[in-house]
Write a protein that binds this ligand. Structure first.
Ligand SMILES: Cc1cc2nc3c(=O)[nH]c(=O)nc-3n(C[C@H](O)[C@H](O)[C@H](O)COP(=O)(O)OP(=O)(O)OC[C@H]3O[C@@H](n4cnc5c(N)ncnc54)[C@H](O)[C@@H]3O)c2cc1C
Length: 379
């Protein structure tokens, strides 16, 4: 068992870290304040091959694996967690929905533009009355000849306002509830597909999150992905992979805040010595280092389990729980260790603390991760 990154993985980490520090860092505070999404920077990430990392080349991917993907999301999120989640949604929620269900022709048609073409994908599962209980969706898709007619609304759709494609889950047989859920691919510009309220958020403010609305929206029958009634299973499988992305986002936030705090404690002097020479603070950092290392090991295990074809749902839930709790703990402590400066926007950690919070909520709250982990214990 080797716990070190390979030379190739270490190189990828270095390349993405340099990109994030050179290109993402300069405008990150302004983007947070103005809630503006940097599509040009996102497209640079596409050009670097990041979005398609874990997929085969014939679908516009890079032929890498989920560990490569986790490393890249982590490094982007160390600096800009908004771009980290936008990336993760395109690769694992949109990409995963299509990859886990589509036939060859659909995969080429709907994956390539997002994985290598710079188009944005999104994932529409959550509805106002179907959050943790995703099986409670009421959006419907009625078959009429060679097409389906979608009616309903999704909420909190990340990338929603800018998306070119949405993987949307709707009921083809409402009486079967979650067993009647099916997956459809809807393209931007399809009549009846509109964007509703764009959310004003506590964190990941540069990411764009909105309602996505379907009103008599006519979708060709060939845009059904998988079979009718497969939707819930596809969504759950896709979310297992998505959780590796959110875990990587959380770990990146934790690592980024830790590094800012470490440098600050070495530079800032009080009582005639650098802050780190107070054992309280040095021990606090030792504890946080252990929290981060433990989260990282779990994330890399989940990513390798998925990449090598082993069951990974439980490992992904554990990684999501550990990494996102690490993000919240490390960022909160970092704000405290930076004192008054920690509360100021210029020092980044207050933004990271706000960004960390959502990682404990989306793609299954951390309570839901505990349900998954404990459910496997008492089968
Ligand atoms: C910024 C943002 C972006 C998002 N992006 C997307 C997206 O792109 N696509 C998408 O489909 N969805 C998205 N979501 C939705 C997100 O996944 C849900 O908000 C999340 O799953 C929780 O659902 P809810 O908000 O309805 O909370 P609820 O389900 O109402 O939960 C409220 C509280 O009750 C707890 N709870 C619920 N059930 C249980 C239980 N059985 N046991 C113990 N505790 C429980 C929860 O953990 C939570 O603390 C996003 C949400 C946000 C805020």
């Amino acid at each position: 068992m080797n716990f070190e990154l390979s030379e190739k993985e270490a190189l990828l980490q270095k390349k993405v870290r340099e990109f994030a520090e050179e290109k993402l860092l300069p405008g990150v505070i302004e983007r947070d304040e103005t809630s503006s999404y940097p599509i040009d920077l996102y497209r640079e990430m596409v050009d670097m091959g990041l979005i398609g990392l874990p997929y085969e080349k014939e679908y516009g991917g890079q032929g890498g694996n989920y560990l490569d993907y986790a490393i890249a999301v982590k490094e982007i999120s160390r600096v800009d967690a908004s771009l980290g989640i936008s990336f993760s949604v395109c690769t694992s929620l949109y990409g995963g929905s299509v990859y886990n269900s589509a036939n060859e022709e659909q995969k080429k048609k709907f994956l390539k533009p997002v994985l290598e073409g710079g188009a944005l994908g999104s994932f529409g599962l959550t509805e106002p009355n179907a959050g943790s209980d995703a099986g409670g969706c009421v959006t419907v898709a009625e078959k009429k000849g060679d097409h389906y007619v979608l009616n309903g609304a999704k909420c909190f759709t990340t990338n929603g306002p800018l998306c070119d494609y949405i993987a949307v889950y709707a009921l083809t047989q409402p009486e079967l509830k979650s067993k009647g859920l099916s997956l459809f691919l809807v393209e931007k510009g399809t009549p009846g597909f509109t964007i509703g309220k764009v959310e004003n958020k506590m964190g990941i403010r540069a990411a764009q999150v909105s309602e996505t609305i379907f009103t008599d929206c006519v979708v060709p029958a060939e845009n059904l992905l998988g079979k009718e009634g497969d939707g819930f299973k596809i969504a759950m499988k896709t979310l297992d992979g998505g959780r590796i992305g959110v875990a990587a986002q959380g770990l990146g936030i934790a690592e980024g805040a830790f590094e800012i705090a470490r440098k600050y404690l070495m530079k800032r002097e009080q009582f005639g010595k650098p802050l780190y020479k107070n054992q309280y603070l040095a021990f606090k950092m030792a504890e946080l280092e252990c929290v981060i290392d433990q989260a990282r090991l779990m994330l890399y295990k989940a990513a390798m389990d998925k990449s090598e074809g082993r069951p990974y749902s439980i490992a992904a839930a554990k990684a999501k729980l550990l990494c996102t709790n690490a993000a919240m703990q490390v960022t909160t402590e970092a704000v405290q260790m930076l004192g008054g400066n920690g509360f100021m926007k210029d020092y980044h950690v207050e933004r990271m603390m706000r960004d960390a919070k959502i990682t404990q909520i989306y793609e299954g709250t951390n309570e839901i991760q505990k349900l998954i982990i404990s459910g496997a214990l008492f089968k």
